[in-house]
Design a protein around this ligand. Structure first.
Ligand SMILES: [Zn+2]
Length: 114
């Protein structure tokens, strides 16, 4: 496992070669981070956060929409089977928004390094 760059070591040489881990916020040389910008230690935690957070946000966006369709609209705007497409689009967008929410949450609540 590649160690993060510590503050007592010169960081100038890493200016264009290092990146911040999206989970713990430590600066690593670029090859130590995966394509999403997570270090080895943070990857399982970030994957779990992503898996839960994206579906949670997608459900929070889609469920009120689905409840509105079932209770208030009742086929007035579109026939009920046709609502599947806007609902799928809402879930997809919620899923993408959820990924950004998880990234923002992880910038706010860094994964501690032991
Ligand atoms: Zn990390």
């Amino acid at each position: 496992m590649i160690q993060p760059v510590r503050a007592d070591r010169p960081a100038d040489s890493l200016h264009f070669q290092g990146s911040e881990c999206g989970g713990c916020g430590e600066i690593y040389p670029n090859p130590a981070l995966d394509e999403r910008g997570w270090c080895d230690a943070c990857r399982p935690i970030m994957r779990r956060r992503f898996r839960l957070g994206r579906h949670l946000v997608a459900a929070l966006i889609t469920l009120p929409f689905a409840i509105w369709i079932l209770t208030l609209d009742r086929g007035a705007t579109l026939a009920p089977p046709v609502w599947a497409l806007p609902l799928a689009a809402a879930y997809y967008l919620g899923f993408r928004i959820g990924g950004e929410v998880v990234k923002g949450y992880s910038r706010w609540r860094r994964i501690p390094k032991w």
